[in-house]
Design a binder for this molecule. Structure first.
Ligand SMILES: Nc1ncnc2c1ncn2[C@@H]1O[C@H](COP(=O)(O)OP(=O)(O)OP(=O)(O)O)[C@@H](O)[C@H]1O
Length: 582
């Protein structure tokens, strides 16, 4: 039985027998503390997890509950001294004394329990030591604010993530994002600079350096057309950041323009590690395939493969490369099947060898019996205007077979980066006015409002002329037209987002902790979750450049509900006696 795996990207070492394999992801030497790592080893009968906590290893059996892996402790400690305190295997296993110390330092105990190691060396910040400027982004489960750090005077970004101690899934995902962020340390990866807890709002705030743009916003801006040198500069930074993630045993699993943040000095940083996971390319490891925003999702994920590797991030990087050169997303699919069809039309239908190579869970066996006509690869024809270096890199990044895709390191050594014109320096990139995906959304919303107003105005003016042909005055018709074009260009489906595996339902909190324009300190007593109506956004579907947002017909749904995922996992688990980790 073959499996689809990208090329190794992590430095991992394996020890022990087939049924008792432990995984070690090397610690970042600059990381003061040993972050706990959980890697699942699939055995014939069950899966086991080896958790590293500092120098300790704990093996735990997994039980699947509500579709998520929870862990039950079993003692197995072969080398080194015995653990001093019994860890909580569901969390990151901080020893009890560590939790005690952290609670005494002001951290909430639940946070210390879920990711105690990641807090090491930090003191908790209070929400009232930041002054809100504006909301700058929102995602499936978070809001991002631009704020002033009153201690340092710096402008920073606060990502608000609601927490609920009674929801272990949420806690697990939150902990994973924090643990991963603290593991990574690279100029092209966003750095977690601190954590703020607010009991009043039941939220955790992640502190990041403020980034002025995201790539989705820049690409969507009609005035911006990148030169090849600029594209090389962005791609070099993206691939360098990815190389670091992969070398640290982290798969990002949601590379898209909106998650590529750019500061005013042109430095690109990969952000949003909410879907990221630890992995070990030297071992077979099953993970959910419901990851990556649809337009950037690799074909093997769409086919249902659950053993994948760095190739999924490199496929997304290939989509970004073509998007930067073409000035628009290259495969804006509406549904999973539409996405696959677009991939086949551009990259060719998968060969018989491909189907023989990949391992699909029994629930997905039907995937390759698709009735689509066979398509020839047309990449070089469609993008014949790209330079030979760009085309050849694109050709390998968008290889259907992930084993044929280049690694980030290989891609960085490709002709694209070594031939003239060479990449410009980040500081040589033009200074753009602030542009984010959210700005594109606001702009689309503004145009819709203007168009509606123009329509009303036009109707009002037409009224006295009863019987006149109901034609729209040209300029207003154009406004309406443009608005419609803007909408239809990108309106698709929230289903294209991949966050179903992150936090079950996208939260419905359309309110803010504090009012827009509020410039006082954030008094914790004022920070209330769902504190009132917030009409910043229309709830109508918006266009975005990073993936569909608007709902589509239920029958076309691409993102399974939590129940669907749970059912699918249970079935896969039963059929194979194997477990899938998220
Ligand atoms: N450090 C930052 N500086 C400025 N803006 C940021 C920063 N981090 C995030 N943003 C903005 O907030 C948006 C949402 O952030 P993020 O992607 O981390 O949240 P999310 O809930 O995981 O989103 P999604 O569901 O879209 O993946 C980003 O697209 C970006 O525009």
């Amino acid at each position: 039985m073959g499996c689809v795996l990208g090329r190794p990207g992590s430095a991992g070492s394996v020890s022990g027998s087939r049924h008792e394999v432990s995984t070690r992801i090397e610690s970042n030497p600059q990381e003061p503390n040993n972050v706990s790592v959980t890697i699942t080893e699939i055995t014939e009968s069950s899966s086991v997890v080896v958790e590293e906590v500092g120098n300790h290893e704990v093996i735990v059996d997994q039980e699947e509950e509500n579709g998520f892996v929870v862990t039950e402790a079993k003692d197995r400690k072969s080398k080194g001294e015995r653990k001093r305190s019994k860890p909580d295997p569901r969390q990151s296993n901080p020893p009890k004394n560590l939790i005690g110390e952290q609670v005494a330092a002001g951290w909430p105990s639940w946070l210390s329990e879920v990711c105690g190691e990641a807090l090491s060396g930090w003191l908790p910040r209070k929400a009232d030591s930041f002054e809100k400027i504006e909301m700058i982004g929102s995602g499936t489960y978070s809001y991002v604010y631009k704020v002033k750090d009153l201690l340092t005077g710096n402008i920073v970004a606060l990502k608000k993530v609601p927490w609920n101690v009674n929801d272990p899934e949420k806690m697990r995902f939150m902990a994973r994002e924090i643990l991963i962020l603290r593991r990574l340390d690279h100029p092209n990866v966003i750095k977690l600079e601190g954590l703020v807890t607010s009991r009043m709002s039941s939220s955790l705030y992640l502190v990041f350096r403020y980034m002025h743009h995201d790539l989705a916003g820049l690409v969507a801006s009609p005035d911006i057309k990148f030169t090849e040198q600029q594209v090389k500069c962005y791609m070099k930074q993206l691939l360098s950041g990815l190389e670091h993630c992969h070398n640290q045993g982290v798969l990002h699993r949601d590379i898209k323009g909106a998650n590529l943040l750019i500061d005013d000095g042109g430095v690109l940083k990969i952000g949003d590690f909410g879907l990221a996971t630890f992995f070990d390319a030297s071992k077979r490891q099953q993970m959910t395939n419901v990851v990556v925003t649809l337009w950037y999702r690799a074909p093997e994920l769409l086919h249902g493969v659950v053993e994948y590797s760095v190739g999924v991030d490199l496929w997304s990087a290939g989509c970004i490369l073509a998007e930067l050169l073409a000035g628009r997303p290259i495969m804006p699919g509406l549904t999973e099947s539409d996405q696959l069809q677009r991939i086949y039309k551009l990259c060719g239908s998968p060969s018989e060898e491909y189907w023989k190579k990949i391992t699909l869970p029994s629930t997905h066996k039907h995937s390759h019996q698709n009735p689509l006509p066979q398509f020839k690869r047309k990449l070089r024809e469609v993008y014949k205007d790209f330079s030979p270096g760009a085309l050849s890199l694109l050709d390998t990044l968008l290889a259907l077979d992930p084993a044929e895709r280049q690694t980030a390191t290989e891609a960085l050594m490709s002709d694209f980066f070594t031939t003239e014109p060479l990449a410009c320096q980040p500081s040589d990139l033009p200074k753009y006015p602030p542009t984010k995906e959210i700005d594109a959304q606001r702009e689309a919303s503004r145009k819709q409002r203007e168009a509606r107003k123009a329509q009303r105005e036009s109707r009002r003016r037409m009224r006295p002329r009863e019987g006149a042909p109901r034609a729209m005055p040209a300029p207003e018709a154009n406004v309406e037209n443009q608005s419609n074009i803007d909408r239809t260009r990108l309106i698709t489906s929230e289903n294209a987002r991949s966050k179903s595996e992150k936090f079950p339902p996208p939260h419905q909190d359309w309110s803010l902790d504090f009012q827009v324009g509020y410039s006082g300190r954030l008094d914790p007593s004022e920070i209330l979750y769902s504190s009132g109506p917030f009409t910043y956004y229309s709830k109508e579907p918006f266009q975005t450049w990073s993936g569909p947002l608007a709902p589509i017909e239920a029958s076309e749904s691409t993102t399974p509900t939590r129940n669907d995922i749970n059912k699918e996992r249970r079935m896969a688990s039963k059929a194979k006696g194997k477990r899938i980790v998220v």
